[in-house]
Design a protein around this ligand. Structure first.
Ligand code: G6P
Length: 626
């Protein structure tokens, strides 16, 4: 969602802001803008609706806007349509306060009415303009400094925000405030950066501060001071980002999504190696594993004693991470015998929570910043329930606030449609299932050993699927004119269908639905017409015949059928127009293999339709507002 970049130093700010914003494009946006100050002069504000390229063209790649201090923003419309007028930065009269904002000010109408009573007028529909004018109001009314004015605003504002603001009276400085919206501060040689996400500044510095919730900071070239709401200064550790900057580039692939699909073997292997210890002391190379292996969750912070005590697990997540939860439910219940309930973050937070102090809430989130997942985590903690985060982004809010953290090792994921983070999350859940099973006595050591060995074969098996992707490209060309595509499966196959269907619709804009096979007769079958594509997922031995029956039912009504199954299940070919085989593995782990062809299908259908695969319309990578 919206992106923020700010710079103060000796270089010209505008090209740095544009470059940083381009690294945040993947988050989703519909307009962009920047404000740059040259010494004590008023800031120059330039905005453009549409792509960042339009802003870049308007400013001749930033070269027509002078000054070494500035803030930039990509906006994803929430309050008010995407337009130049609503784009950030927003300004108060006389450019007294100029700022950009990520998040949502929930009580903006109430604040706006108050500001109108105080004589302010408004030129946009945004909550951000209200926030900026509220800061201006407190700044002028009390004659206080910027930090006090921000603090006074923060206690009156409800909602979430990452705010970066320049004050007319403070040239060469940027003031920031944060609540529930990500923001980091980067330090270079006599220069300071602010950004809503690491990739924006990675090219310039690896040294960052994480600003805490309800905190503010005053930035000047090479200097940062942090404050709490009382205006007292706060000390922060400087952290080194260890990401490879290369990892955030396309590396020869046409799209980030394809690159990230190909990074899945590594993401899975790295995630396994972060918690699995091999007896001979060497890590798995993904193909040959020697010696016994054991799971060590000490980096997560979970002890065997704690694992034994949990009464129930609640998995809470959004989007694809929720689909991981659905698959994990089948796996963990089967391996560890613990009841698992899976809920959407947006639903969990608004119902009566019957949580027991002996329950464990597992939050799954790539970004670690999804507003609903974060709120669910906080609600659970307030109720005294222990929380485990499965998170990809180090230092993210969910990672910082959870009691236990299992980091997925997927590296930076740029394409909006998640692939490698999803796969790494799945594997983390398998590992939890095995370890919970072993510790709680539902799995024998022998079975656990076998499962761990099998886990380490997944990267190699995914690599084999990727070698055979052209067949899927061919089939995708048949699907691309479709209006609707249905995915059918039962049990774990249904969980895979949910993710396959989401991948298809979010990037190709073809309507699709995932159905539990048994539900077909309760509605969907009426939508089947001559030529409607239906993709059956059949990886679970005991359920294959059931799903084949469903395929026959839709086939006899004209459906165009694909069967996705494991090697050896040749009978599917009798029913399907196109059959795709994945390598054999333990049935608990088939989602990791079966999802790959479905990701590729979504990708190829989107490409065949000429769409912007990495940045699908209306979507954001990280949904930091409710
Ligand atoms: C957005 C992304 C999805 C992601 C979901 C949850 O919708 O586009 O790919 O699955 O948010 O995000 P999280 O960062 O919490 O995993």
């Amino acid at each position: 969602m919206c992106g923020i970049v700010g710079y103060i130093g000796k270089k010209q700010a505008a090209p740095i802001l544009l470059d940083g914003l381009s690294k945040l494009e993947y988050r989703g946006y519909d307009s962009a803008g920047l404000a740059v100050r040259d010494g004590e002069k008023d800031p120059v504000v330039v905005k453009a609706k549409g792509r960042l390229k339009d802003l870049s063209d308007k400013t001749a790649e930033g070269t027509t806007v002078f000054g070494c201090c500035g803030i930039g923003h990509t906006r994803w419309a929430t309050h008010g349509e995407p337009s130049e007028n609503n784009a950030h930065p927003h300004v108060s009269d006389g450019m007294n306060v100029v700022g950009v904002h990520n998040g949502i000010i929930e009580n903006y109408q109430e604040l706006k009415a108050k500001m109108i009573r105080k004589g302010y007028s408004f030129y946009s529909d945004t909550d951000t303009e209200v926030a900026i004018k509220t800061v201006d109001y407190y700044y002028r009314k009390y004659g206080v400094g910027p930090i006090d004015a921000l603090a006074k605003t923060m206690v009156r504002v409800r909602g979430s925000y990452a705010l970066a603001v320049m004050f007319k009276d403070y040239p060469g400085e940027i003031f920031v405030a944060r609540k529930d919206s990500p923001m980091i501060i980067g330090l270079g040689e006599d220069e300071t950066y602010v950004a809503s996400d690491v990739p924006a500044i990675l090219k310039y510095t690896r040294k960052v501060y994480y600003i805490g919730n309800l905190e503010m900071a005053r930035l000047s070239a090479g200097q940062v001071t942090f404050y709490n709401l009382d205006g007292d200064t706060v000390e922060k550790p400087l952290t080194e980002i260890t990401w490879d900057a290369e990892a955030a580039e396309k590396g020869g692939y046409e799209h980030f999504m394809m690159k990230e699909i190909h990074e899945q073997p590594k993401a899975i292997l790295d995630t396994i190696n972060s918690v699995v210890r091999f007896a001979d002391g060497t890590a798995s190379d993904g193909r040959t594993v020697a010696g016994k292996a054991s799971i060590d969750l000490s980096s997560v912070g979970l002890t065997d004693e704690e694992i034994r005590k949990f009464r129930q697990i609640h998995i809470v997540a959004c989007g694809s991470a929720y689909h991981v939860g659905i698959a994990a439910q089948y796996v963990i219940e089967d391996l560890a015998g613990v009841p698992v309930r899976v809920e959407l973050g947006s639903e969990f937070r608004y119902r009566t929570l019957l949580l027991d102090p002996d329950d464990l809430v597992v939050i799954i989130s790539q970004s670690g910043e999804t507003a609903d997942s974060l709120a669910a985590l906080r609600e659970s903690k307030e109720k005294g329930v222990r929380t485990l985060a499965i998170v990809n982004v180090v230092g993210s809010s969910i990672a910082r606030e959870a009691d236990y953290v299992f980091y997925t090792m997927a590296g930076p994921e740029i394409a909006v449609a998640t692939t490698k983070a999803y796969s790494a999350q799945l594997v983390s859940c398998y590992i939890l299932g095995i370890q919970f099973g072993l510790v709680r006595g539902t799995l024998s050591q022998e079975k656990a050993d076998r499962l761990i060995q099998e886990l380490s074969t997944l990267p190699g098996k995914i690599a084999r699927i990727l070698e055979d992707k052209e067949r899927l490209q061919w089939f995708a060309s048949k699907l691309s004119p479709a209006h609707d595509i249905f995915f059918l499966g039962r049990g774990l196959d249904y969980a895979i269908c949910m993710e396959g269907s989401l991948k298809m619709k979010e990037i190709s804009y073809v309507h699709s639905e995932a159905y539990a096979g048994g539900e077909l007769k309760h509605g969907t079958i009426s939508l089947i017409e001559e030529g409607t594509p239906v993709i059956g997922v059949l990886t679970q031995k005991d359920l294959i015949e059931k799903t084949i029956s469903n395929m026959v039912e839709v086939g006899s009504r004209g459906a165009y059928l694909m069967g996705l199954t494991t090697n050896g299940n040749f009978s599917i070919e009798d029913q399907a127009d196109f059959t795709y085989y994945i390598p054999r593995t333990d049935e608990h782990f088939t989602p990791s293999l079966a999802v790959v062809p479905l990701q590729l299908l979504g990708y190829y259908v989107a490409c065949a339709r000429g769409l912007d695969v990495d940045k699908p319309r209306n979507l954001a990578k990280s949904v930091t507002v409710e």
